[in-house]
Design a protein around this ligand. Structure first.
Ligand SMILES: Nc1ncnc2c1ncn2[C@@H]1O[C@H](COP(=O)(O)OP(=O)(O)OP(=O)(O)O)[C@@H](O)[C@H]1O
Ligand SMILES: [Mg+2]
Length: 292
């Protein structure tokens, strides 16, 4: 079952012998050690009318770590992402990225400051190819003016070439380079999820927030995704991961924050979270045997 229509645009040639990591993250320090706080979530509260979706939640994200954010349905995980990335204005509290508050900062500027995210419900440009979707993300970083782009001034030409090369490198990195020319709505579901990650990476984030990237995946696809997330971290990114699959969360994260009814219930290393009776009760509502 090929999702590639016969008339699909031919993707530009990409020399896979190039160092993909180099193209993906040319100025990035590779293999950053888990260290200081890159982000601080401070007493974050989000209310929707009478509903308190996030209630005075505080936690830190350390540079170079994979931090899990878990909790039952409706616990406030996505709301937390939305408040961090400027989709929702927090009712109170603050989000600090590299020592600078994001309070009142617009969404696209938050992206520019280095915070990128994927969506629980995939949001791609369906009528654009995979490559084009990534290039749009790359454009968020570009300096060329609209006038410059229209007149095709030298800088624009240079950036366009670089965008295509970097876009291809990102697709290669997430494992879908062979589908670069396929309209994203024609991509298999798993490829769409990977494309979302590539598009987020294209903004050259310092912190990458993934909202249930394995939703709908079979066990083999989940294994592959774990490999990709580890690779993303190994390339110097900090990752915040919302995920329901306990095996995946326990297998890939360095630390886990647990939310329940909008409040932080626990914050610790996976083995402690796994054995925390409050977490087991809250998350599963079932005996510990079910945590697998
Ligand atoms: N825009 C909104 N308007 C009103 N209520 C909202 C809005 N967004 C979220 N909520 C409510 O806030 C609470 C937290 O929702 P949220 O989507 O953050 O949960 P979640 O932990 O991501 O859950 P899931 O695991 O199901 O994705 C829920 O009660 C939800 O109904
Ligand atoms: Mg959610």
């Amino acid at each position: 079952m090929s999702a590639v229509p016969a008339d699909a645009p031919v993707p530009p040639a990409f020399d896979v012998s190039n160092d993909v990591v180099e193209a993906v993250a040319p100025e990035r320090e590779i293999a950053v050690e888990v260290g200081d706080n890159i982000m601080e979530i401070k007493n974050l509260t989000v209310k929707f009318g009478g509903l308190v979706a996030l209630d005075d939640v505080s936690f830190n994200i350390k540079r170079g770590e994979i931090l899990g954010l878990i909790g039952p349905n409706g616990a406030g995980k996505t709301t937390c992402f939305n408040a961090m990335t400027g989709v929702y204005k927090p009712t109170s509290g603050d989000v600090v990225l590299e020592g600078v508050s994001l309070k009142g900062v617009k969404q696209h500027r938050i992206t520019r400051r280095g915070l990128a995210r994927t969506f629980q419900n995939i949001r791609l440009f369906g009528e654009m190819t995979a490559l084009e979707n990534v290039v749009v993300g790359l454009d968020a970083r570009h300096k060329t003016s609209v006038v410059g782009a229209l007149l095709r001034l030298p800088r624009h030409t240079r950036e366009e070439k670089t965008s295509v090369e970097r876009g291809m490198a990102l697709l290669e990195f997430v494992g879908i380079a062979d589908q670069a020319g396929v309209l994203s709505r024609h991509l298999p579901y798993g490829s769409q999820r990977r494309l979302e990650i590539a598009r987020a990476l294209a903004t050259d984030p310092k912190v990458l927030c993934l909202d249930e990237p394995a939703a709908g995946f079979n066990p083999a696809e989940k294994e592959d995704l774990m490999v990709l997330i580890r690779q993303i971290r190994a390339d110097g990114y900090t990752v915040l991961l919302i995920e329901h699959d306990m095996r995946l969360v326990m297998g890939v994260t360095d630390r886990i924050v647990v939310l329940e009814f909008g409040r932080k219930l626990a914050d610790g290393i996976p083995v402690d979270i796994r054995n925390d009776p409050r977490v087991v009760a809250a998350y599963l509502g079932e005996p510990e045997d079910d945590v697998a």
